[in-house]
Design a binder for this molecule. Sequence first.
Ligand code: ADP
Ligand code: MG
Length: 361
Amino acid sequence: MKPTTALDVTVQAQILELLEVLRNETGMGLLIITHDLGVVADIADRVVVMHNGCVVETGNADQVYHSPQHAYTKKLISAAPGNGLMSDSDMSAKPILKIQNISKEYSGCKALDSVSFDLLEGESIAIVGESGSGKSTTAKLLMGLEDASGGRALYMGKDIFTLSKKEMKSIRRDIQMVFQDPSQSLNPRMSIFQIISEPWIIHPDILPKSQWEERVIALLEQVGLSAEHRHRYPHQFSGGQRQRIAIARALAVEPRIIVCDEAVSALDVSIQAQVIDLLANLQKELKISFIFIAHDLPVVKDFADRVIVMRLGKIVEIGTVRQIFENPTQPYTQALLNASLDPDPRVQSVRRAERIALSAS
Ligand code: ADP
Ligand code: MG
């Protein structure tokens, strides 16, 4: 079996490949509408950049990427995932969470098979891998949403898999989760004020009621929203704003760890970049540790200190973001990287050639 079989990103690559073949065979023109600069870099000869219903720039794909003329084009390019700086991780911090040989079986099927890693204080660790590799299962075990079949998860020295209900309640406060689809995790009948203050009903010792209003406003501002937003309801916000609300709610309990399961995967690229910026700032300011799950590699490059590559319930490779992106040791990691799309047409044409060579060998 080739290492590239059945990756999410390779499905995308295969479709682009097919379009290219069809175009060459039939001589047809191809009009591709996308928000993904990687797709543009992979397949387009010319680009038309639109903003607010108007064409702001047109040109050859390489030119537009390397010498954009319009401010909006420049903004789009700088927001492309993978265009930020990689962090040089500080590995001297203490582990806040020690995950040891955790496993999960679903009626004979091993969703997770003896996974171990440490999460350090203030660190963001990304978990990447194709769909079905066990990423969400890892998150669910840590959140106590599913029972583990084996292994331990030591938080401040205590195994969270064997805690009593009462102990679990206090740990719930320290480990928060942000999901992919905020419209499902935010109750549509509750105002933003109610949504953000709800954890204080569950944990009454956090904040006296007299301070709720002030704190909700501060949290909204911290995530880039404003005070008057507290009177509105989830449907009155965009996807990116709803994800900010979900983050504000997670912050309301002053967590030590936030687990983000595909939290930016459903968002448009420029919104994605804004939410990632927000998470990066929160990580710095509040020293929160992150487990950041994504199937998209470029997205984690800008945010992660370390990256875990998973496949079929196992860890394939773990390393600093630099090691994984610049010197991956495993063919599977290499295949994942080759299948992901770079927004730079020059980089992408090299990557495309490598990918084709790899799949031909
Ligand atoms: P990922 O998040 O990486 O896409 P998951 O952790 O959701 O992967 O799933 C890992 C494996 O476990 C998959 O093969 C999936 O089908 C299986 N699985 C997940 N949840 C359940 C469940 N509730 N019952 C049975 N199998 C499950
Ligand atoms: Mg998942």
